[in-house]
Design a protein. Structure first.
Length: 209
């Protein structure tokens, strides 16, 4: 029963969420709105569970005197500070509030730093991928050079057809590849959802059988 009941609830909920798109009856739509309200409650508990898990993980690092425990101290202090400022100042979204100042002067610069480091990582990966050792790599290198030149003013100065070629690459082969990826992702989501609804995939229950 410990497994049959969760599997039955998962099957009913998954089947309802799948078929409600095809049944425009008011009762079904009202039930769908109620289920969405339940989903928001579950998301709130999920955030709470994630916060507790984060605290426990970093607390264990500090207690076990791990080499990187200084980062755990910073994480916990930042978490407690932001939560405390949110409770002490309910109008935390107003400009000039302590919560807003902490977000703008700490969180935003950290995100900018992370994205700037990510740019160097992407450039390094692109350099390794664009080595023209095969025909596919050569085509990728040529297309990347055209797109990069077409996105900056110097490309138009070199030749007026470069921006047009850039737009064609983005609108035709690039868009076709993106649609293919999205179709593949959608089919993968459908397959995974069906496996979960039918009870074939049970890893979400915490077991392997």
């Amino acid at each position: 029963m410990r497994r049959q009941i969760p599997l039955a609830l998962c099957f009913i909920a998954g089947l309802f969420m799948a078929v409600q798109y095809f049944i425009p009856h008011p009762t079904v739509q009202d039930t769908y709105e109620i289920v969405l309200g339940w989903l928001q409650t579950l998301l709130a508990f999920a955030f709470l569970l994630g916060t507790v898990s984060l605290i426990r993980m970093h607390f264990h690092k500090i207690r076990n005197r791990a080499d990187d425990r200084a980062f755990s101290w910073v994480t916990l202090l930042g978490l407690v500070s932001m939560i405390g400022l949110g409770f002490l100042h309910p109008q935390h979204q107003l400009p000039g509030s302590p919560f807003n100042l902490m977000f703008l002067n700490v969180q935003v610069p950290i995100e900018a730093t992370m994205f700037s480091l990510l740019a160097f990582y992407i450039a390094s990966a692109a350099f390794r991928a664009f080595r023209a050792r095969t025909l596919e790599a050569t085509l990728l290198l040529v297309a990347a050079c055209i797109v990069m030149l077409g996105r900056v003013p110097i490309g138009d100065l070199i030749h007026e057809s470069i921006p047009a070629a850039t737009q064609w690459i983005l609108n035709v082969p690039n868009l076709a590849a993106k649609r293919g990826v999205m179709i593949g992702v959608g089919l993968g989501m459908m397959a995974t959802s069906l496996k979960i609804i039918l009870g074939i995939e049970r890893a979400w229950m915490g077991g392997s059988d």
